[in-house]
Design a protein around this ligand. Structure first.
Ligand SMILES: N[C@@H](CCC(=O)N[C@@H](CS)C(=O)NCC(=O)O)C(=O)O
Length: 210
């Protein structure tokens, strides 16, 4: 495989998902910074790589790939012999289902609202919009509880083997854990709380999601 480039900001949960997978596979790659806080993701140069201006995008073998689910499944297939997917169709469906729940129902309220309002804006000297935080709690709770109902939770989300679903969820829970809303959102999800505690000790999680 030719040089692998990941475009994105290290703080992004989706970039962390891709990097966690690459670090677990132990493959060389370059992180090319595209800063979403200064709008670099909307530059003409980056939009030529990803017309939606979202991070991450990867460049591999002369091809550009975006959308984290597509990127992670491609990397798993080409670099890890599908070690982080399942041969059992139902387990594979559960993995994809958790990824889809995160994309469709969890990322927006958990990161786009709660983490941005509680952690990112204050770090830039801006004020938290409490109404945005309050409105995001119930949808985040619904998504987290749905994932809890699908998860084995020990030691990994879907049992004894780590999968792409673990790399999808852990960056989000590591951020959420730093907010006061974590307690209420995970009050009914003991498996996910234990799973987060355990995964937070993994070297690559410490390295990329601290
Ligand atoms: N559907 C995209 C979502 C990626 C995404 O939302 N990335 C965020 C950072 S975690 C982003 O690019 N935000 C910048 C923006 O929306 O302008 C994927 O799966 O990769």
């Amino acid at each position: 495989m030719s040089k692998l480039v990941v475009y994105g900001t290290p703080a992004s949960t989706y970039v962390r998902t891709v990097r966690l997978l690459l670090e677990e596979i132990a493959v060389d790659y370059t992180l090319q910074r595209v800063d979403i806080l200064n709008g670099e993701n909307k530059s003409a140069d980056y939009l030529a790589k990803n017309p939606f201006g979202k991070i991450p995008t990867i460049e591999v073998n002369g091809e550009l790939l975006y959308e984290t689910a597509v990127i992670t499944e491609y990397l798993d297939a080409t670099l890890a012999d599908r070690k982080f997917s399942f041969s059992d169709p139902m387990l594979q469906a559960r993995m994809r289902q958790i990824m889809a729940i995160i994309d469709s129902y969890l990322f927006g309220p958990a990161i786009g609202s709660i983490v941005v309002q509680r952690l990112i804006l204050p770090s830039l000297g801006r004020q938290t919009d409490e109404a945005k935080v309050k409105n995001a709690i119930a949808p985040a709770q619904t998504a987290i509880e749905a994932i809890e109902s699908l998860a084995a939770g020990s030691p990994y989300l879907l049992g004894s083997e780590a999968s792409i679903a673990d790399f999808y969820l852990i960056p989000i829970l590591m951020y959420l854990f730093q907010t006061p809303e974590f307690e209420v959102i995970t009050a009914q999800t003991p498996k996910l709380r234990r799973w987060r505690d355990e995964l937070s000790q993994l070297p690559n999680v410490k390295k990329l999601c601290a």
